[in-house]
Write a protein that binds this ligand. Structure first.
Ligand SMILES: [Zn+2]
Length: 536
């Protein structure tokens, strides 16, 4: 053996030993974080149950926002409130220097989804009131646990980096994230780790199967008249609304399979004997990409113009929300998935499974209980032509989340964590059933561990951030560049849901969770866990 070979061998053995030592140290740090998060189980339960009990709709998340930002402030985060001109939005920052890691999750709930937790059938806390029928009460508690565990390790090991925690305000209206982007909140961010409730523990990358959208309201103006005495003097704004909706219904057949268009009539007039002088209709226009979404919006403007011509009315319109279709980062997703396999699914109790199975029987879906196996990290579906040409089915449309806007500005992934039960219809009281029970609490704890470990990987491995940006620049945004749907004059639709919350808030206050007095929210409500239908 030559001297040189010996030196090379020794030095590579040394590098190998160093790598092994640092891998061991990393594993120890991750185990420590997981232990810390297990130690915060009580805090997870209190946060999840509290936000569940606030049950606030989009843009009206005042209690939720106050509560979560106060926790972060107490933990040493610097909180900036009212960001992007949205009163319930905030950014809580801790640490210094690069990398900057953004942690976010949605906080708003669903109209008319009030539901007692732990009860496997429809049983509202307050009939008609909003409720967490999407499980958005759990994501920010998850991010807070992960951030606190990361912060402790960063302090102890003197790791450089910045954590930025922000709530997804009014996600059900896709109402805020494009404004966050416009306000520059993600300008200095290296990686965004989002989290969304699910019934499994997983992550994905590439284009999602969901859609992007614009949410637009058309307001028609006519002339009132006695509907029987002088109907010929009236110009019905409601007629215009109906003709516009019928126009879109006819057009529907001649749109791509990826199209999803739906609407509600937000103002249909006052009473039948008065020709409605004002009426309005609110649409979501969903498609697979920017240009096709803009096309649906253009068609709608034509329909509105046609309806106004037919009825001798006039109209104005306003943009109430927007979302780009999501596109998630492969290197970060792969790293996160390795952590998912490390953490594994929660240990479900017999009671957890009994609730899940009773729920599934109630929903008339396969009774298979809660998730017990981690799925795979699958490559995205090949993007075939959406017209169904070239043999492909193409995107067929689906739900939207305005995390899409952030995902086109900074490498982003969405961690899915198992706080819900498989088989719910979504946006429904049924999806609230598990959300203040041990199922939700355990799902949050498992998700927080994955998130904390992924934060650590980003802090310790600058090359991971480098690879994330390579993918972002050279794969994701190679041909597609982000253009906001927002026009300079558009402003957040802060007025949405105001009236509904005014109607219910006082009665809902009686149900706010009091952790000083009750161990759990189930205990406060006097609910036996689980409560299932009595089977004869
Ligand atoms: Zn959601």
């Amino acid at each position: 053996m030559t001297r040189l070979t010996l030196v090379i061998l020794l030095s590579s053995a040394c590098v190998f030993a160093q790598q092994k030592a640092s891998a061991e140290k990393e594993a120890a740090m991750k185990a420590d974080m997981a232990g810390q998060i297990d130690g915060m189980k009580k805090q997870a339960q209190v946060m999840v149950d509290s936000v569940f009990s606030f049950g606030e709709l989009g843009f009206q998340e005042f209690e939720t926002s106050k509560y979560l930002s106060a926790i972060l402030e107490k933990e040493g985060f610097k909180v900036e409130r009212g960001v992007a001109g949205i009163p319930t939005a905030f950014v809580a920052t801790w640490g210094e220097g690069k990398p900057v890691i953004a942690l976010g999750s949605d906080i708003d709930d669903i109209p008319q989804a009030s539901q007692k937790p732990g009860v496997a059938y429809h049983d509202p806390l307050i009939e008609g009131a909003p409720g967490h029928g999407e499980g958005h009460n759990s994501g920010m508690p998850l991010q807070i646990l992960a951030a606190l565990a990361a912060k402790r390790v960063m302090e102890r090991e003197h790791l450089k980096g910045t954590l930025k925690i922000w709530p997804g305000v009014a996600e059900e209206l896709v109402g805020a994230k494009a404004y966050f982007v416009r306000a520059g909140i993600f300008k200095d961010v290296d990686v965004c780790l989002f989290a969304h409730v699910a019934n499994d523990l997983n992550v994905s990358y590439g284009p999602t199967n969901g859609s992007g959208l614009v949410s637009v309201e058309y307001m028609f103006k006519g002339e009132s008249a006695h509907a029987a005495g002088a109907p010929w003097r009236g110009r019905s704004a409601l007629d215009a609304v109906e003709l516009m909706s019928v126009g879109y219904e006819f057009r529907r057949e001649h749109l791509r399979l990826a199209t999803r268009v739906h609407y509600v009539i937000t103002n249909g007039g006052d009473q039948p004997n008065v020709v409605p002088p004002n009426a309005s209709i609110w649409f979501y226009f969903r498609e697979a990409d920017y240009d096709h979404i803009m096309n649906l919006w253009r068609i709608a403007d034509n329909m509105a113009q046609g309806a106004a011509l037919m009825t001798d009315t006039t109209y104005t319109s306003r943009l109430l929300g927007t979302a780009w279709p999501g596109y998630f980062n492969q290197p970060i997703a792969e790293d996160m998935f390795a952590n998912i396999k490390k953490v594994g699914l929660p240990q479900w109790s017999e009671q957890d499974q009994a609730l899940a199975k009773a729920f599934q029987a109630e929903m008339k879906v396969p009774v298979r209980g809660l998730a017990t196996r981690i799925g795979e990290l699958r490559p995205p579906r090949p993007q075939a032509n959406a017209n169904g040409e070239e043999g492909g089915v193409g995107p067929t449309g689906g739900p939207s989340d305005d995390i899409g806007d952030i995902s086109w500005n900074v490498p982003t992934v969405t961690l899915r964590y198992p706080s819900n039960i498989p088989g719910g219809p979504g946006h429904n009281w049924a999806n609230a059933i598990s959300m203040a029970t041990p199922i939700a609490h355990k799902g949050v704890v498992a998700g927080a561990k994955v998130q904390a470990m992924t934060i650590l990987d980003i802090l310790l491995h600058p090359e991971l951030v480098q690879r994330a940006w390579d993918y972002f620049n050279n794969v994701q945004t190679k041909d597609v560049k982000y253009k906001s749907f927002l026009r300079p004059s558009d402003q957040p639709a802060l007025f949405l849901n105001q009236k509904i919350m005014e109607q219910y808030r006082e009665r809902m206050k009686a149900f706010y969770y009091n952790p000083a007095k009750y161990d759990t929210y189930l205990e406060q409500l006097g609910i036996q866990y689980p409560t299932v239908r009595h089977v004869q």
